[in-house]
Structures are given as C-alpha cells and as structure tokens.
Design a protein around this ligand. Structure first.
Ligand code: SD4
Length: 291
C-alpha cells in the first residue's frame, strides 16, 4: 500500500491542498485536515465559487452549501446558508453537536451563531459588480470550466490510513433563490466509506444528483474497480443518457484504501491536486469528450 498521508482536491487549489497536506503531516486526523484545507478557499475572496466572495443567486444573496463525512461514517451538511464563511466547519458542528445530519438556511445560520461563528458579509464589491452586470441581460446558461464551476471537494487519508472528506461551494452563479446542488448532499457531492475509499464531485450539480455520483463511485470501488475506472463509469452514467452533456462539465476525484487516486470528467480542462510524500502536484484529468 502507498505512503500516507495523502490529500487530493478538485481543481487547481494549490494552497488549500498544501494546507491539508501540512496538517496531515503533523498528525492531524483526516476530517480536520480536509476542513482546514477547504477553509483556505472559503476565506479566499478572489475565489468566486466558494465561501466569502462567492457569486450570489439571482437576487444578489450569497448562499453556501457544504458537507463533511468522517471515517466512522458520520456526516453533517448545511444548505443555503447566508452570512457564514466557514460552512464546512459548520457542517462538522451539525455532525458533532446535533442529533441531525442536515440543517438548512436560517436554521443553519442561527445554529452557527450559537456555535460562536461570526456574521460576515459574503458579497464582495467585485461579485456585486459582476452580478449587476449579469442583471443587465440575465440569462442563465452554465458554462464549461469557467469560474462558476470551482467547488472545492477534498479527500484526505491520514497517518492512520483513515479517510474523510469535505465539500464546500456557493453553487452555480446566479442560481434561483433556494437552489441547492449536489455539493452538500451526502452520496452525491461527497461520499466516504473508510473500508473502501471516498469520492467528491464538481460541476453541474443537478446531473450529479440524478446519478448519486459519489456514492456510485465508492460502490464501484467496493466491487473491485480502481478509483480511475470508477470515476470513468460514473461519468459514463451521465454521458450515456443523452447528448446534453455537451453543455456542462462534471468532474469526479476518488481515492481508495490503498491510497490510489483517480479522476475523470466530461470535458477537457479539469485538474486536481494531489499531496503525497511532501509533494503537492497538479494532475490533468482524462476526459470523456474527445470530439
Ligand atoms: C453545484 N456542484 O452547486 C456545484 C457547483 C460546482 O464547481 O461544482 N462548481 O452544482
């Protein structure tokens, strides 16, 4: 089996993945390492798809989705939360401090304040300007690989070989009020089974939800597929249905208990980060649409 610890995350989030890698190397457990990694992007106001600075919905409100899943199979999730930056940590608090798995919207925000989170204005001047520009001719057509697809999903394997993960996003830019994607839905945006492995998704959440993508990948690995093959099969479930995949991107990354990783996406342009042995490298994912 390969050398632990290992951290992988969606897209080119070098600093976030390095942070998780450092934490793991210090002996931090997988879940806390993953949360500390994704927090780098939640707090990065230049990232317009995660946390503070995330693009708002059509009405100008930034609403965040996040979930976490731990090595023991416990999980927590928050949907459509306003005014709180660190929603992955908030999802963890749902897991550890309540008898529930999912808390949505105002309830999640009020829970956050009771947990000592501070109120933050998530709409930056830049995202406000971009939204006002969008309002001039509001058309909602999600594009491939542009900045409205930069959810951070992270999977960590710690020094004990335990696997956990986190996923956090502002969702699709200029989404309908109340819209929730795959990212905070356990099994779709993220799934972990510490005896098998883990997977996370990014891209057009509706299509990931319809195929319960991350759970599917873990189950395929349970049945013997490598992380790579399992990601390919999960993308094939989507692309084999009809031709609509031409208009959207989906990408998956996965890790198994042996520390092997893989990724696959619909369209060229997706990369993921991998930290192992003190090295943090960016890996170009293979893709389905070679046309
Ligand atoms: C969503 N999957 O809300 C998210 C968006 C995303 O990279 O992944 N962006 O549908």
């Amino acid at each position: 089996s390969s050398k632990t610890p290992i951290a992988i995350c969606t897209w080119g989030f070098v600093d976030a993945n390095a942070k998780a890698g450092e934490e793991l190397s210090k002996g931090t457990k997988a879940l806390d390492a993953a949360i500390s990694g994704v927090e780098v992007e939640e707090e990065n106001i230049k990232n317009t798809t995660v946390g503070k600075g995330g693009a708002p919905d059509r009405e100008g409100n930034v609403t965040l989705d996040a979930c976490v899943m731990d090595s023991n199979g416990d999980c927590g999730s928050v949907l459509c939360v306003e005014n709180i930056t660190n929603v992955a940590e908030l999802a963890k608090r749902v897991m550890t401090e309540t008898p529930h798995v999912i808390i949505a919207a105002k309830g999640a925000e009020e829970f956050a304040y009771r947990q000592g989170f501070k109120k933050d204005n998530l709409l930056t001047e830049n995202s406000k300007k971009a939204w006002e520009k969008w309002l001039e001719s509001p058309e909602y057509k999600p594009l491939i690989n542009i900045e409205n697809h930069d959810t951070i999903g992270m999977l960590c394997m710690d020094n004990d070989g335990d696997i956990a993960g986190a996923c956090t996003t502002s969702g699709l830019s200029y989404k309908m009020k109340g819209r929730v994607g795959d990212s905070p839905i356990i099994g779709s945006g993220l799934f972990i089974d510490n005896t098998i492995g883990g997977a996370v998704a990014t891209g057009m959440g509706e299509e990931v939800l319809k195929t319960v993508g991350s759970f599917l990948i873990v189950e395929l690995m349970r049945n013997g597929m490598s992380p790579q093959k399992a990601c390919e099969e999960a993308v094939n479930r989507i692309t084999s249905k009809n031709n609509r995949y031409k208009d959207f991107q989906i990408a998956y990354i996965a890790i198994n208990k042996a520390g092997e990783t893989g990724s696959y996406c619909i369209h060229k342009g997706f990369t993921y980060m991998k930290y192992q042995d003190g090295k943090n490298e960016q890996i170009h994912s293979d893709f389905f649409n070679k046309a």
